[in-house]
Design a protein around this ligand. Structure first.
Ligand code: 6CS
Length: 342
């Protein structure tokens, strides 16, 4: 055999070996599906794309991200995840609270601090968040990957409100968990649970007179166009959660489990940077886009009138979530105290 034909044979062999190796890799490479509740560029979308980036940079797997509306409402994407049609879902406790009563803890008003750094430290360090909640989600077939804050809640109303009395007879849209309805009843309003897709239209047609959400969402969803009076009540933070179908997750190799956990941590760190200053930027955009918008920041005395109604909501939480809920609440408060004293 000439030296040239020997070379050709070798080259042919190595090409074969390469093809075989690639085939073995693509057998292990999966295309995972991930759905969330928001639009392009919103906080959950940034989280999802950072999660995707980490997965795809560190493995042969790919991740397909579905945004709000592509697969239905928040409850639809949760059902699809529990059924194993989706591998991952980002659903907020505002909706998960109807499935996991303890997740309603985020709707006890004035429980969370207002300062962002304290809130972030709480999410990092809290045992309630990082140890207790994963067990509660697991009971529903879900592997909780990360809970994270999106922004402080702000109420938008048809006219500025500074007292619980001024909320009387106003229908305020709430996400569909029963405790949030208790909060707005305690605040003097008439709570109206609605899925997200119906909120803009209901405000536009005056079927409801207000709603609550973080400022970035009030801006990106154009809510200020139909609900222009922004009231900063300091009563809570919008929290959300990324999770996987537990059967799917449990069936993965240890390497893939680690990949997913690392991707969730990576996305969390990125989101902390993303939300820093986001509310101020969004408020500036709103004020530039509309001269109908008013901004009311409740003073301490005005806040006190709302805050004094919080204990009755806390009591309702315990009634709804039972002994487990009470234990979680005690742990939550202990964790908050630890970060507030840091
Ligand atoms: O109000 C809601 O329903 C929506 N708010 C935010 C910030 N994210 C998704 C959720 O569906």
């Amino acid at each position: 055999m000439s030296s040239m034909s020997k070379f050709k044979k070798l080259a042919g062999l190595s090409a074969f070996a390469f093809a075989a190796m690639t085939a073995a890799n693509s057998v292990n490479a999966a295309n995972w599906r991930y759905a969330h509740e928001e639009y392009e560029g919103d906080v959950q979308d940034v989280y999802a794309y950072k999660f995707k980036e980490y997965i795809e940079d560190n493995s042969d797997h790919t991740l397909q991200v579905y945004r709000f509306g592509e697969l239905g409402e928040s409850d639809d994407i949760m059902e699809q995840t529990q059924a194993g049609i989706l591998n991952f879902v980002n659903q907020s406790p505002g909706f998960t609270g109807s499935l996991i009563p303890e997740a309603q803890i985020f709707f006890i008003p004035y429980l969370m601090p207002t300062d962002m750094n304290t809130v972030i430290e709480f999410f990092r360090q809290s045992d309630a968040i990082n140890k207790d909640f994963p067990k509660l989600y697991a009971e529903k077939g879900l592997e909780l990957l990360q809970m994270y804050p999106e922004g402080e809640m702000v109420v938008t109303v048809d006219e500025p409100v500074t007292t619980p009395e001024e909320f009387n007879n106003k229908k305020i849209r709430v996400m569909t968990n029963p405790l949030l309805s208790e909060t707005y009843s305690a605040f003097g309003a008439t709570p109206t649970p609605l899925p997200w897709g119906e909120v803009y239209g209901a405000l536009q047609t005056n079927m409801i007179q207000g709603q609550e959400n973080p400022i970035f969402w009030i801006e990106s969803g154009g809510l200020y166009e139909v609900s222009p009076n922004l009231v900063f009540t300091s009563h809570g933070w919008f929290t959300t959660a990324a999770m996987a179908n537990k059967n799917f997750y449990d069936g993965l190799s240890d390497d893939d489990k680690k990949l997913i956990q690392d991707a969730a941590d990576f996305a969390f760190e990125e989101i902390i940077v993303h939300i820093d200053g986001l509310a101020d930027e969004a408020l500036a955009k709103i004020q530039e886009a509309s001269d109908k918008v008013t901004v009311t920041r409740l003073n301490d005395e005005q806040i006190a009138a709302f805050k004094e109604r919080a204990p009755q909501v806390e009591q309702k939480f315990i009634e709804m979530a039972g002994q487990g809920g009470e234990d979680l609440l005690n742990q939550f408060k202990k964790d908050l105290e630890a970060v507030q004293n840091d």
